[in-house]
Write a protein that binds this ligand. Structure first.
Ligand code: 5GP
Ligand code: MN
Length: 330
């Protein structure tokens, strides 16, 4: 679908629901709030309903507290009766976890705006392009091309947060001169890079930093020395009082070791294991995640495995990562 078809859908409908993936990041939340602002500007009814609670370091983006946490009793009917459901920063309905069925069975038009690989074809109204740095950048282009609404300070803040975080503070591959030009236009709206960075990355709870200590102490290297991985257990969460969302970003420390090409974080869930994969340069960790029922991007991917034991699955995944590196050299 192109931007002008999306414009038409927004203009021709009245009731919208906006949602994103489980454990939302700033790209997901910022994109949702930007789309919400656009819809409000054009006098539409919109609600943001998410499966997960907004992480506390992103709450400043939702200053009017419009994001609702999914409650089946309250929201399934709303999802059923909405004209359009806009899914952001995900391209597989399972990424909405327990909202999946209600969304799948709703007769609403499903719009998907995303930048991940391997999309599930659940709608004819999809804008999915993995050449984009972030979902926020797609929203930026949509606004810029269609001029459906005004790029105000709020939208600029949301999109800046989305783009800054998904580009690793403007260092990942899709950080191009063109992207910086778009970001310059966001800064023209009076957005403060210092403030947004500080809110997202420099106002954590003490417990999060204590948990980081445990995570760093758990670091191990694989036989080849090219894979570093850390492990976080429920016990560590209990000891420190940190939350699951506090773990966001920890996996990057695995890549800050000389010679390491793949970093992994194993996170013990109550009923399974969540794994985050990160890689340098030409190592496609999306392939690794796909092998274990997950997905994501070339250099950043993940999966959630249920009914598996950490100590059983960990060696299997480390071995698969070694195999990926061996095959990637050929
Ligand atoms: P993270 O490691 O930060 O949780 O996730 C990194 C990226 O991996 C996300 O942006 C998302 O694209 C992808 N990802 C993480 N978990 C899953 C999952 O369970 N399924 C799929 N398909 N992708 C995931
Ligand atoms: Mn994203």
């Amino acid at each position: 679908m192109d931007f002008f078809s999306l414009q038409k859908i927004l203009e021709e409908n009245t009731d919208f629901i906006i949602t994103c993936h489980v454990n939302p990041d700033a790209d997901a939340i910022g994109s949702e709030l930007a789309v919400y602002d656009i819809l409000t500007q054009i006098k539409k009814n919109a609600r943001i309903i998410n499966y997960s609670k907004t992480p506390y370091n992103l709450e400043f983006l939702d200053s009017n507290k419009v994001i609702e946490k999914y409650d089946p009793g309250k929201h399934d009917e709303v999802i059923k009766n909405s004209g359009v459901i806009i899914l952001l920063d995900l391209n597989q309905l399972s990424r909405t976890v327990k909202m999946e069925n209600a969304i799948r069975n709703s007769p609403a038009i499903k719009v998907c705006i995303d930048h991940h690989t391997e999309p599930e074809n659940f709608s004819e109204y999809m804008i999915v392009d993995n050449q984009y740095s972030s979902t926020g950048e797609i929203i930026y282009d949509f606004l810029d091309k269609t001029e459906i609404a005004v790029l105000n300070h709020n939208i600029a803040t949301q999109l800046y947060a989305a783009i800054m975080t998904d580009t690793g503070s403007f260092r990942f591959e899709r950080t191009t001169p063109e992207l910086h030009r778009k970001v310059a236009n966001l800064l023209e709206q009076g957005v403060s890079p210092y403030e947004i960075y500080d809110q997202i990355y420099a106002q954590f709870n003490l417990s999060r930093n204590k948990l980081l200590g445990h995570a760093l102490a758990s670091l191990e290297l694989s036989k080849s020395g090219k894979i570093a991985y850390m492990t976080i257990t429920q016990d560590m969460l209990k000891k420190t009082g940190a939350f699951e969302s506090d773990v966001d970003g920890f996996v990057n420390y695995c890549l800050e070791i000389k010679g390491v090409e793949i970093g992994m974080l194993f996170f013990e869930l109550k009923d399974g294991v969540k794994v985050s994969f990160r890689s340098k340069l030409d190592v496609p960790v999306n392939k690794l995640a796909e092998k274990f029922k997950g997905g994501g991007h070339f250099n950043a991917s993940g999966t959630r495995l249920f009914n598996v034991k950490l100590n059983e699955i960990q060696p299997q995944i480390v071995e698969s990562a070694e195999e990926l590196l061996r095959n990637n050299k050929n």
